[in-house]
Design a protein around this ligand. Structure first.
Ligand SMILES: Nc1ncnc2c1ncn2[C@@H]1O[C@H](COP(=O)(O)OP(=O)(O)OP(=O)(O)O)[C@@H](O)[C@H]1O
Length: 636
């Protein structure tokens, strides 16, 4: 019945194992953290499945992990009584890489052994990290609910293949036995193992048990030694970290929990841990990561908050707990009120969840505001001062989605945004900074949206603002145009795109300038009419402007219209966009525009003017070849 079978590892696993077994490591001991974390996950899974099927506990309701070693045999065993593995699951889960964490790790491997090895040390590679210290691993397991003769033994030396056979196994759960390498004898000692467990696994909510050691005198008083007894003792704190009081938790412990739940090897930027009491009671432990994940822009991406109910793990990625624009936040919410059998659908409707979501959102915003406060705080350390800028560089753009998504917090969010401007290349100007620098008589916060910082900075629309010394915010995140639709003012001052509507610099223009502009418009009228006629298929209107200084022309849209940039972006994304014709604004004082009056090549010049204005703002002429032909004809 035992049907021994040899199977090959999936190619990525083989690649990973090769690296694990052939490199030097800065941090070998992480293997224990990884195996204990798997054991703990397996117990969480059992507890969750048992909510619907209590029989799965069999006669062992107390979930635990046991770590033991055998000096003679040179083996170290990590055993749990969690959910266990069926034969098929062992083949599937221990022969392929399913989890995104490990896959991402493999994708980051460079082939440079030293760099890769360091990456393993930081990242951990789950189960396979056992091969850092073992030249053979034997896994014995039985899945909860299967009969005692349907156990499985999985064995591998970490090369290209592994063996599986069916075995009888009365006890539920999994034991992982590491046959330690020559140089890994260190791990055959209670003290060493205990210290690793307390460093990495203290926050695990399950008891981790080890055999007690006792001092035994040597015979005839000839030196004694520590010997193992049959008594087991718990060697970790064994209470979920977030259930403890803040003052009893060290920064390292918070960071370890973050690593475990986020699979991020960098420490978090900040965290916030609170017990919320009142109508809805829950504990929240929320982290701001220091780097954006590669799939941050996937709005479907699951949120990073795990839901527990009365310390029972319910689900990963409970997206109902935070709005989508905070999808980068990681952490744990442990509710005292939700039913244990809560489903995703139920979560969407629950009033308690709504309260939790609001509470968590406030908490996250407060955390970010704190980072922002430190930025300007003289007394803060250099490290703390830099944290907000780092946060904003990684997550600022996604935060902007909140302007459209979270009306209740729009003002708080607006205060947290930073932009580049015509006075600052660094993305560091807040609306408040801008307001403080506004010119006498300036009535709006001016901004321009463009595809790139260079396009924004060199846009002809900025010319008059530059001449007058008026700052303009440069917005170049894809989301800006959309997000700013939802923000019409900041602290009482309206926001105005410089590429929308006619410029009204109002009090900023002096009388003589105004008069000159009006006169120019008047004398230019006949040319305008001809321009309108020549460009009637391209431009909604043509008018004389005061916004240009050095450029002959630019394109603008009407106040309510969609900007050209947004229209291009939507088109690229394959969306239907109503065909909006822009308004062409011309600088009547520019030599090229003056040339129009002469009448020669009028149509050709008119089209060149329009296409150049389009190019200048990052667009493309509808018929680029025709544009080139026209320019060449004039150059010739
Ligand atoms: N002690 C265990 N009990 C039950 N199943 C286990 C145990 N250890 C590992 N497994 C199974 O093997 C799979 C692979 O484990 P591995 O540690 O490589 O990845 P992971 O934990 O899923 O992912 P990651 O390490 O990226 O979180 C697990 O998802 C789980 O299904």
């Amino acid at each position: 019945m035992s049907q021994k079978k040899t199977l090959s590892f999936q190619a990525e696993v083989a690649q990973l194992l090769h690296l694990v077994t052939h490199s030097l490591y800065s941090n070998k001991e992480i293997f224990l953290r990884e195996l204990i974390s798997n054991a703990s996950d397996a117990c969480d899974k059992l507890r969750f499945e048992a909510l619907h099927n209590n029989a799965l506990y069999e006669d062992q309701p107390n979930l635990e992990v046991r770590v033991s070693f055998d000096r003679q045999a040179r083996t170290l065993t990590i055993a749990d009584n969690g959910i266990g593995l069926s034969r098929d699951e062992a083949i599937e889960n221990l022969g392929t890489i399913a989890k995104s964490g490990t896959r991402e790790f493999v994708s980051r491997l460079t082939g440079d052994q030293k760099a890769d090895a360091q990456l393993i040390g930081q990242f951990g590679v789950g189960f396979y990290s056992g091969f850092i210290v073992a030249d053979r691993i034997v896994v014995e397991s039985r899945r909860a609910g299967l009969p005692p003769d349907e156990g499985v033994r999985w064995t591998s030396a970490g090369a290209g293949d592994f063996e599986v056979e069916s075995i009888p196994r009365p006890q539920r759960g999994t034991s992982v036995t590491l046959h330690l390498r020559e140089d890994a004898g260190d791990y055959l000692g209670t003290w060493k193992l205990k210290s690793i467990i307390s460093r990495y696994s203290d926050h695990i909510s399950l008891p981790i048990l080890m055999r007690k050691e006792e001092w035994k005198e040597g015979e005839d008083n000839k030196g004694g030694e520590m010997v193992l007894t049959d008594e087991w003792e718990t060697v970790n704190q064994a209470s979920a970290l977030w259930t403890r009081a803040r003052k009893d938790i060290t920064a390292e412990q918070y960071q370890e929990l973050y690593k475990q739940i986020s699979h991020d090897h960098e420490p978090p930027l900040a965290w916030s841990h609170n017990r919320v009491e009142g109508a809805t009671e829950y504990t929240q432990l929320l982290y701001l990561p220091s780097r954006a994940p590669f799939d941050l822009w996937n709005r479907e991406k699951a949120a990073g908050v795990k839901l527990y109910v009365k310390r029972v793990f319910i689900m990963d990625e409970a997206e109902a707990l935070l709005p989508s624009y905070l999808r980068f936040v990681k952490g744990v919410v442990d509710s005292s009120d939700l039913p244990l059998n809560v489903s995703r659908e139920l979560l969407q409707e629950s009033r308690d969840v709504k309260a939790i979501r609001e509470g968590c959102t406030k908490r996250v915003l407060a955390m970010i505001e704190d980072l922002a406060k430190h930025e300007k705080d003289e007394a803060a350390s250099e490290e703390d001062k830099g944290k907000f800028a780092q946060f904003h560089a990684e997550f600022g753009a996604v935060l902007k989605e909140g302007l459209g998504e979270d009306m209740a917090n729009r003002e708080r969010l607006a205060k947290l945004l930073r932009f580049a401007s015509t006075q600052s290349d660094a993305v560091s100007v807040s609306f408040a900074d801008y307001k403080a620098r506004m010119k006498e008589g300036q009535e709006a916060i001016y901004y321009i949206t463009a595809d790139t910082p260079a396009a924004a900075k060199n846009s002809p629309q900025l010319e008059v603002f530059r001449k007058k010394g008026i700052e303009v915010l440069l917005m170049t995140d894809r989301v800006d145009e959309w997000a700013l639709n939802f923000l019409h003012e900041f602290d009482g001052t309206p926001l105005q795109s410089v590429a929308k509507g006619a410029v009204d610099l109002g009090k900023l223009l002096d009388e003589s300038e105004k008069q000159a502009a009006e006169e120019a418009a008047e004398t230019f009228k006949p040319v305008l009419e001809r321009l309108k006629e020549a460009l009637k298929d391209k431009a909604q209107d043509v008018r004389v402007t005061t916004r240009l200084v050095d450029s002959p022309a630019c394109l603008v849209v009407t106040d309510s219209g969609m900007s050209m940039q947004l229209a291009r972006m939507l088109k690229q994304a394959g969306q239907k966009v109503p065909d909006v014709k822009p308004v062409l604004e011309v600088n009547a004082a520019h030599p090229l525009v003056k040339k129009l009056e002469g009448g020669e090549h009028f149509d050709e010049l008119a089209h060149i003017l329009f296409d150049q204005a389009l190019l200048a703002e990052g667009g493309l002429p509808e018929d680029p070849a025709a544009y080139v032909r026209r320019v060449n004809a004039l150059l010739a």
